[in-house]
Design a protein around this ligand. Structure first.
Ligand code: ADE
Ligand code: ZN
Length: 351
């Protein structure tokens, strides 16, 4: 006798879990400082004698209720105060890579925010050396390839960004691209046209957070003034049909972060997220975790939650993965190898 079904999508969801878990994944939007789990934060606070205003890691987690990007960033920047020494940046990055490996991430492109640290007197060299040492070791240990993207904080001045670019030049070989993050509204990409032009002259690729909370106009500016290869977030593009047309025809990748968008109130509920609609319109959308220690999960949790809320199909999950591979800052041969790897897995799991 047939069992009554409580939820018509339950079988879909159960079939999708192993698929999402084991699929080789590429992450393109991950702030390394946003992977600082409360336990590690406490450990570093103790060894660096930094006072935290919370009594325990659980109390930290309980404080993670945000109204918007601004209320999140206040807590995020404060937590970064425990990162002082090369070893702290190494431990932070190593912890992320361990989690990424457990979730079958095969390639990751990390943001780091040097100004968050140099503003507090931590040398640029300390920050990048610790991250880099962990990435090199992560490739040796886990086979995870990586790229580093240096973000300018958009609430600081264009002059400060130029100074940061100058500090980065001795490490040119370690940094693939520059990006733009922090408080979006009121800090348009246009303010950073010159520093991005200089970065491109030095051979850096460019990306920018745009259309997370800010308007579609900021996405146009990122494309036309900063000449970005990818847009980070970009969910507000749906407000502007001409922009969607442009993004689709040029296949500009959008690094979407579903759990982040709900935690920061961009969408009230995951069920209202436009990720699936964006895919259906032909946008090159990818799924990412943004600041996983703050938003309730790493890349797999983002895939699982989005699949369940939006009833994504297996072909859509594959499309998201293929998009991320295509959008990665990797040579074509390496992208093809990853596409082949994903295709083999697809054939094995879905008959
Ligand atoms: N820095 C860390 N996470 C961010 C986000 N989601 N948006 C802008 N800046 C950030
Ligand atoms: Zn981000």
């Amino acid at each position: 006798m047939d069992q009554p079904r409580m939820n018509p999508h339950r079988d879909d969801q159960q079939a999708m879990m192993p698929l999402i878990t084991h699929l080789p994944k590429v992450e393109l939007h991950l702030h390394i400082e946003g992977s600082l789990e409360p336990e590690l934060m406490f450990h570093m606070a103790e060894r660096n004698a930094v006072a935290l205003k919370y009594a325990s890691a659980d109390a930290v987690r309980e404080a993670y209720h945000f109204d918007n990007l601004e209320s999140f960033l206040e807590i995020y920047y404060e937590a970064c105060g425990v990162l002082r020494h090369e070893r702290d940046f190494y431990d932070l990055t190593t912890a992320y890579l361990q989690r990424a490996h457990a979730q079958h991430v095969v390639h990751t492109e990390l943001f780091f925010d040097p100004q968050t640290h140099t503003e507090r007197g931590v040398p640029f060299a300390t920050v990048i050396s610790g991250i880099r040492r962990a990435l090199v070791e992560g490739e040796r240990t886990y086979g995870i390839t990586s790229r580093l993207i240096m973000c300018f904080l958009r609430h600081l001045s264009a002059e400060a960004a130029l100074d940061t670019l100058a500090q980065a030049l001795p490490y040119r070989e370690w940094i693939t691209a520059v990006g733009l993050d922090s408080y979006e509204v009121g800090h348009p990409p246009s303010l950073f046209t010159e520093v991005f032009a200089r970065a491109r002259q030095h051979g850096f690729l460019t990306v920018a957070h745009a259309g997370e909370e800010g308007p579609a106009e900021y996405i146009w500016q990122a494309l036309n003034l900063l000449h970005v290869s990818r847009i980070d977030h970009g969910v507000r593009c749906l407000d502007d049909d001409a922009l969607v047309h442009e993004l689709v025809s040029r296949q500009v990748p959008l690094t979407v972060c579903p759990l982040s968008n709900v935690k920061l109130g961009v969408f009230a509920r995951l069920e209202e997220h436009t990720l699936r609609r964006m895919l259906q319109r032909g946008l090159c959308v990818t799924v990412n975790s943004d600041d996983p220690a703050y938003f309730g999960g790493y890349i797999s949790e983002n895939f699982v939650a989005a699949q369940q809320a939006l009833h994504l199909t297996a072909p859509e999950i594959y499309q998201l993965t293929r998009n991320a591979i295509q959008a990665a800052f990797l040579p074509e041969a390496e992208k093809q190898a990853l596409l082949d790897k994903a295709a083999v897995y697809q054939q094995q799991v879905v008959p």
